[in-house]
Structures are given as C-alpha cells and as structure tokens.
Write a protein that binds this ligand. Sequence first.
Ligand SMILES: [Zn+2]
Length: 240
Amino acid sequence: MKYIDKSEKFDLLDKYKDFHTLYEKPWDEFKNPDKTITHNYILRAQKYLCAYCQQKLKERDSTYSFGHLEHIIPRDESKELTFNYANLVVCCQGFDIEEYREKIKSDRVKRSEEFCAPKKGSELNHSLFLNPVTEELIEEYFDYEIVNSQNDPRSKECIIMADKKRAHQERNKAEYTINLLLLNHNILKTMRAKVYDEFAIQYSKAKDQNQFLELIFDESSNDLNEFFSMLKRKFSILKN
Ligand SMILES: [Zn+2]
C-alpha cells in the first residue's frame, strides 16, 4: 500500500454532503455520470493502482467496468462519511482483472471476489488498520520476499509481510491489514512475483540502471507501475 494524498478538494461531492440525512440508503442515490467522474478522478490521483493491493486499474468507460469506489471507513459504521472524498478510494474487486478480461474473450467468465476490498467487510479495527489516506509512511510498514511456490516449485511467489525492523505494535498493524485484505492470497502472490520477474529482466537490460530506477520510481509520474511499493522496496536498494 501507498499513501494517498487527499488534500486537494473535489467539489463534485459537495452537493451530496447532506444525502445521508435525506435518504435511507444515500449511496444508492449516487448515479452516473457523477459516480464515474468521481471514480476516475480518484483513480487518477491513485496513479491507476488499486488502493489496497496495487494491481493496475483503468478508468471506467463503456468498455471497461472494473474497479469500485470503496469506503475506507465502512458506510455501515459512519453514514456521514458516505460522500467524504477523503474516505473514498478506488479498489479492485478481488480478482486478477487482466486475467479475467482474457477469459471474457474466450467465454470462460467465472470470477469470484477473493481478496482486497471485498474481503474487508464492514468491521474495521481502527487502532490496527493501516489507512492509506492517513498513514503517510504506510509503505515502510511492509516488506516482501520472493520464494518458490509451495504448490508448484517451478513458479515463484512474492509474499508481503510486516517489516521486521518495525516495533512490535507496528508489525501488528501491518499483519492485521495484510490478513484483513488477504494480501497474501495465492493470486496476488503470483501476480506480484510475475511483475517482480518482468521488472528484474528490464532492469538487467537497462543501459543506465540508475536512470531506469529513477524513472520508474518517479512518484510525480501520473501512471505508476503495478505493485509499485513492492518494486520500490525490492529494487531501490540497488540504487547508488
Ligand atoms: Zn485490490
């Protein structure tokens, strides 16, 4: 996970600020085009990464309907935050979206929501959950390890874990967050390892490796690499 800066104001949501007092289910009153405009605006601010697992997402349009608007503090818990910009992030729906899109092409359309936002549920332990909107140094809570897959020793997995250098209490927070969102689901571990491998190949082929890393880890870029925080953690140590 990576910090998401919400200091910018997003005026479109102002007209919805009283909806929670007017409607029983205020979120159901939020419709297009405003909903899609909000979704895409937030996704751009997240540099096209799912706020929790960091798989890549695209802007919603008539041909792409993946990703969903997620309330960090669940709606059931705090109705008044329903339209609060700082409480809204864009997340995936708990499956490998690119793989699913390939399956649609070949008519194998089964999908299930197995990790990330769909697993978070409506109960949140606020003292343990690492909120990407409020925790500026959130990336530093986590570390990653590449291991051989237990199911298939020929393939690799990338495990996310609490950074061992952090204090006990902070490791607890990282572990709670990883478990809550199932960030070590087999699908995610495999996806991360694949991105790691591809990146390692690109890095080894780069003419100027330092320049390559600088370019990829330029956080002012509008479009960040999938699993950005993992790559940054694993590769920035190579920078000199
Ligand atoms: Zn996700």
